[in-house]
Design a protein around this ligand. Structure first.
Ligand SMILES: Cc1cc2nc3c(=O)[nH]c(=O)nc-3n(C[C@H](O)[C@H](O)[C@H](O)COP(=O)(O)OP(=O)(O)OC[C@H]3O[C@@H](n4cnc5c(N)ncnc54)[C@H](O)[C@@H]3O)c2cc1C
Length: 415
């Protein structure tokens, strides 16, 4: 089958790989100059089934409200005169109850665990190097109260088969000696020994190269403008350069998926949630973390990637701008220098901001649309790197009319 994938982020490229493996004739189109140039460019790199909690939790509405006058909230709301934003917020708030959060976390964690298995298969098959690191991730807490609450909440992930160890302060530092200078700031941690990390950008670029050797074609620098339909099929895609026809199409445009889908009457509740990242050269390995992790109360994620340390922070519901200023990193750098003093060169930081394609549930949509040859694989939110390879395998199985290997009831298209 001739398949056109719209979008060459990690979601589009992993889908291309799985569809090529199944023997399809695959082309990927993207407006950027290369793979993983937008949200998949500078994420935290955490492959984190042990952190698969739904963001739409009972605590989220309070954080969003307080964020209107306080800058220290994990989820920040910057209201816009935008019906798209308000409609998404309404749907997000409707998910902020314990029952929905439990159900959504269950669906997410199942997909995350499966996806990590598929990631490992892909790495074994391709030999891709992406500054990957196994050995677990450390989610640490600064106050005993937050640590105790997190330890009881972890049961929901254990129920999905994810190993979570509860470590006190000393055990945390034994697990990652790079946290030794920060020992006194840590009350304890949840350690997910099965979690891992790696550079999503390097992985996606290398996988796109592999796809080319398998016969996949990439059309970069080409913007998708319109979908042309015939009856209940999509016949072609109009770009700024060409009209491309195919037997089937896969929508992987991240935060821009809803706008294209709307042209043919599809409703995708995806809205950008902005985050900031900085990549710093490691100058003293003995002081740097050995494993990735999250400073939970500050929602600061850190991840060693080869000779670099990636830091990310903030979840801002503020629209489509990826602009960033030095002041956006002040707090991040202050926190990080308190943890990893002398480990990195802050003056050489490469700063970036990206837009997580969030659904209100945090669960992506991986399904056939009402147009029989138009497939959806989008809305992977804050865990798209973790969920990418499994989502791709599910998509390829659905396209090939095979039963996916896990229960996919949570990822169905439900307008
Ligand atoms: C700060 C931050 C930290 C994160 N940390 C993690 C993490 O630790 N672990 C994790 O699992 N996930 C993480 N994520 C989430 C993850 O990065 C995303 O879920 C993932 O990158 C989404 O991939 P995507 O392919 O759907 O979107 P994108 O990477 O945005 O790809 C969409 C592509 O579509 C293209 N495009 C858009 N419109 C058009 C058009 N009209 N025509 C042609 N091309 C178009 C874009 O150029 C882009 O290449 C993080 C995200 C952020 C922002």
């Amino acid at each position: 089958m001739r398949i056109l994938i719209l979008g060459a982020g990690v979601i589009g490229v992993t889908a291309a790989y799985q569809l090529l493996k199944d023997g399809h004739d695959v082309t990927v189109v993207d407006k950027a100059d290369g793979p993983a140039s937008f949200t998949s460019f500078g994420n935290a790199g955490l492959v984190a089934p042990g952190h698969a909690y739904a963001w739409s939790s009972p605590k989220a509405p309070g954080m969003m409200l307080r964020s209107l006058w306080r800058g220290d909230q994990a989820i920040r709301l910057k209201p816009r005169f935008s019906p798209r934003q308000w409609s998404w917020i309404g749907r997000f708030l409707a998910q902020c109850n314990a029952t929905s959060a439990g159900v959504n976390t269950g669906h997410k964690s199942r997909l995350c665990v499966y996806s990590q298995t598929v990631l490992n298969q892909v790495v074994a098959e391709t030999g891709i190097a992406y500054d990957g690191r196994d050995g677990g991730l450390v989610y640490f807490y600064r106050t005993p109260a937050a640590f105790d609450a997190a330890a009881s909440r972890a049961q929901i992930l254990r129920n999905e088969g994810i190993a979570i160890d509860v470590l006190d302060r000393d055990a945390t530092v034994t697990q990652d000696p790079g946290l030794a200078p920060a020992r006194d700031q840590i009350a304890g941690s949840l350690f997910a020994p099965g979690d891992a990390s790696g550079d999503c950008n390097l992985f996606t670029i290398a996988l796109a190269e592999k796809c080319q050797t398998m016969g996949g074609q990439f059309r970069f620098g080409e913007t998708v403008l319109r979908l042309k339909t015939e009856g209940d099929l999509v016949a072609s895609v109009q770009t700024d350069k060409d009209e491309i026809s195919a037997d089937a199409f896969v929508l992987c445009l991240g935060v821009y998926s809803p706008q294209l889908a709307e042209q043919i009457g599809l409703k995708l509740p995806i809205y950008p949630v902005k985050g900031y990242s900085a990549t710093l050269p490691i100058t003293d390995e003995s002081r740097a973390p050995r494993l990735g992790g999250v400073d939970e109360e500050n929602l600061l994620a850190y991840c060693p990637m080869g000779a670099r340390l990636r830091l990310t922070a903030t979840a801002e519901i503020s629209g489509y701008s990826t602009a960033h200023r030095p002041s956006d990193y002040r707090e991040m750098f202050a926190r990080a220098s308190g943890l990893f003093a002398g480990a990195v060169d802050f003056d050489a930081a490469v700063c970036w901001a990206g837009l997580r394609p969030m659904t209100p549930t945090g669960i992506p949509v991986i399904d056939r649309s009402p147009f029989a040859n138009f497939w959806l694989n989008t809305g992977h939110g804050h865990m798209g790197w973790t969920m990418s390879n499994g989502s791709a395998r599910i998509l390829a199985d659905l396209v090939g009319q095979r039963k996916p290997e896990i229960d996919t009831s949570g990822v169905r298209y439900d307008p």
